[in-house]
Design a protein around this ligand. Structure first.
Ligand code: GLA
Length: 739
């Protein structure tokens, strides 16, 4: 078989020795009839397609790229070309597996264009053509769902690029201007224009092969992506690309499979353009080989470009209007809307959509004090759980959880909710949703919450000690209220959610998590007296201090974690101490460990069996620390606050025994980093997260220290989050265009 293993000139085969045909080899084979090359790479048959173990997510956990990477270049494990024929790389567009190019923000796409530039600069000196592209959609061969593109550097000039270059050469020989520049001028403001900016024009070429094919050409004459200047030209490109893809999605009422291809050459006569080739011709109808008469290379377009351009212009406009509405929503809420539309499109009976969300929390201090009638000092953070959906006239509610990738339904009329859930396999997240609805109907006879369909999206790490379950409970209650359910005060909602949590998960939590999820205010901590439920907002004014949370990735299941056992021990200690105290002073009442003083412990502690004295000592000293920490916060004294955090950790570790190796290791590593003000385990313990107060200048140093030591000492990777002190639950009704 004639083949080629070296760079070819002008589309002609060079003299090349026959290469071996081992499975792992790749080769370029010359087609003498069409005068073009075909690549062959049998090893690509072994690709793992659409696996759940995403190889690109693994880059972050296996140390291939730094764990905080947002977008990166990696080798292609199944290269279609190998030197000297070419090289293949993957460009990972986002660390987030569930994003798509279409929903990336302008800064995120700018970062991707940065990757396109880097890979072009790297490969173009060595190869005549650098093909950067993306295939999106399984029907046209996307094999990994994780958002990514690819770059193939090829040792030959692909046929289409060669022909485009020839057009440029012909124009030059005739003394005409660049034909791409001429095309931009001719199409501007014309009937085939889809969107036009100061730096880029997107139009359907007069000779388009695909109905919705858009060519995005830069107004400035530049031959490759590296010629695109930072700032406006790049930002406009970054805005236009996803806008066009979103318009496709709207046109097809579903994510539209497309190819995106950068046409660029290291020949300054050439003119950079991006081809966007969506392979649908109408909703549900593909335009692949079946309708393009491919066997002849003769393309049949089932449309007139002017008609499709007008359609796309309208979609671009409507999409942008909708985006403006969506941008008012926090990211998880936006994603909930998108997931709702994807999951329930066919069920949608009426617009508009109701969206609700509630935050996760970081407890500054006051651990295991809430169920002892003590004090806590939590803040809400910029992590939340959101529901988006619509009511309907039936009696069955349906929910889709993006995190669990599960869809469930349950009868949600009053009688059905009040009856016990007999389905043994109902997942926990559904029990939470149902549990809140149940408490709502149990607490108020009317009005009843209507049945609904909703999608649930959150970015509070599940099992990460930031109270994702309370965020879910409160988000459901807020959603139900927005649908016309009973309107409760924030504290009533918190108490209701606490009851729901106990009933659905069997964990008798205190009130802290639900209270902060309901009462939070941006930039304030909540000093809550868990006995009287009176509270005070204390401003978090600690300039230059970052509230960081390190997720140990030791998942903690509250019910099985000894939480209820600790609660039980506190009750026993209360009863014993109560008896001892009252024997000496009948006027005193010990209803909870809140009523015990350090003097009491000194006097009666020896009579408590181990571990009850230590449990009680933690609660008594922790209550005092909360009040002292609140004082430090009022005074804006971050050092003092930090010192209380360390003391709290020691007490939780030694007296309350709810820490674990991983949490202790985090606190130890953090404490050794200069600029860290304080650290402690947070929440119920037995895993989950640690809170670290750190100077912003040291944040990166802390990250490095954790990355250097935590995995080696624990065998786990862990994850550091930077948190903003944020507000409480909200809901909105958003009117979106019907697709
Ligand atoms: C969990 C519970 C809270 C509280 C903490 C420990 O988060 O839900 O009520 O008891 O543990 O402080």
């Amino acid at each position: 078989m004639p083949q080629h293993d070296g760079p070819a000139q002008s589309g002609q085969p060079a003299d090349g020795a026959e290469t071996s045909s081992l499975e792992s080899d790749t080769r370029l084979v010359w087609n003498p009839f069409l005068a073009e090359y075909t690549g062959q790479a049998p090893a690509r048959m072994r690709r793992l397609e659409l696996t759940d173990d995403c190889p690109f997510c693994a880059d972050l956990t296996t140390g291939c790229v730094p764990p905080e990477s947002q977008a990166w270049i990696r080798p292609n494990d199944f290269p279609a070309l190998q030197p000297p024929n070419g090289e293949c790389y993957l460009l990972i567009y986002s660390a987030d597996h569930d994003r798509t190019f279409a929903d990336l923000t302008v800064p995120e796409v700018v970062r991707i264009i940065g990757l396109w530039q880097r890979i072009y600069a790297e490969l173009s000196p060595r190869y005549p053509c650098v093909m950067t592209w993306e295939t999106s959609g399984e029907v046209i061969g996307q094999t990994q769902r994780h958002p990514h593109g690819q770059t193939y550097a090829v040792a030959i000039m692909p046929e289409m690029l060669g022909r485009e270059l020839a057009a440029v050469e012909r124009a030059e020989a005739a003394g005409d201007p660049c034909p791409f520049c001429a095309e931009v001028r001719a199409e501007s403001a014309g009937p085939r224009m889809v969107l036009e900016g100061a730096h880029w024009v997107g139009f359907i070429p007069a000779y388009a092969r695909y109905p919705y094919q858009v060519r995005l050409t830069s107004r400035a004459h530049t031959s490759a992506i590296t010629g695109i200047a930072e700032g406006e030209p790049m930002e406009e490109l970054a805005a236009f690309l996803p806008r066009i893809i979103r318009a496709y999605n709207r046109a097809f009422q579903a994510p539209m499979p497309y190819m995106l291809a950068l046409h660029q050459l290291a020949d300054e006569r050439f003119h950079l353009h991006v081809e966007l080739l969506p392979v649908g011709r109408a909703p549900g109808k593909l335009k692949l080989a079946a309708s393009c008469e491919m066997a002849w290379g003769f393309w049949m377009n089932d449309s007139f470009p002017e008609v499709k351009a007008a359609e796309l212009r309208d979609y671009v406009r409507r999409e942008e209007e909708e985006r403006a509405v969506m941008e008012q929503l926090p990211t998880p809420a936006q994603r909930a809307v998108a997931a709702y539309r994807e999951q329930f499109a066919s069920l949608t009976e009426s617009e508009p959509l109701t969206v609700a969300w509630a935050p996760g929390r970081v407890n500054l201090i006051g651990e295991h004090t809430d169920y002892n009638d003590g004090y806590v000092l939590p803040v809400a953070v910029d992590r939340m759980v959101s529901l988006a959906g619509q009511p309907h006239a039936g009696t069955t509610s349906r929910c889709y959880s993006v995190h669990h990738r599960q869809r469930h339904f349950f009868r949600s009329n009053r009688a059905a909710l009040l009856a016990p859930d007999r389905r043994r396999r109902t997942p926990l997240w559904v029990r939470y949703v149902r549990g809140v609805l149940r408490e709502l109907v149990a607490s108020a006879a009317t009005p009843q919450t209507p049945a609904f369909n909703a999608a649930i999206v959150g970015d509070v790490p599940v099992g990460g000690g930031m109270s994702s379950s309370a965020a879910l409970d409160v988000a459901v209650a807020t959603f139900a209220a927005a649908l016309g359910g009973p309107r409760l005060s924030p504290l009533e909602t918190a108490l209701l959610c606490q009851r729901a949590e106990a009933a659905s998960a069997g964990v008798h939590t205190g009130i802290m998590d639900q209270a902060i999820a309901c009462l939070a205010r941006a930039d304030y901590a909540l000093l809550l007296d868990c006995r009287s439920l009176s509270y005070e907002y204390i401003p978090v004014r600690l300039p230059g201090v970052v509230v960081a949370v390190f997720d140990t990735q030791v998942s903690r299941a509250l019910a099985s974690s000894g939480y209820n056992a600790r609660r039980q021990q506190c009750e026993t200690a209360t009863a014993l101490l109560g008896r001892l105290v009252r024997a000496d002073d009948a006027s005193r009442e010990i209803r909870a460990l809140r009523d015990v003083t350090t003097d009491d412990l000194a006097r009666y502690g020896a009579r408590l069996p181990d571990p009850l004295l230590r449990r009680a000592r933690h609660v008594v000293t922790e209550n005092a620390r909360v009040l002292a920490a609140a004082e430090a916060l009022r005074a804006g004294d971050a050092d003092r606050l930090g010192a209380h955090l360390y003391a709290s950790h020691a007490s939780l570790r030694d007296d309350y025994e709810v820490s674990c190796l991983e949490l202790d290791v985090v606190v130890e590593i953090a404490a050794a980093v200069p600029g860290v003000l304080g650290a402690r385990m947070m929440g119920a313990g037995f895993g989950g997260s640690a809170l670290i107060l750190v100077h912003q200048d040291t944040f990166e140093g802390l990250r490095d220290a954790l990355a250097a030591t935590y995995p080696a000492r624990t065998g786990k990777r862990g994850e550091l989050h930077r948190c903003q002190v944020s507000g409480g639950p909200e809901s909105r009704v958003v009117a979106l265009d019907k697709r």
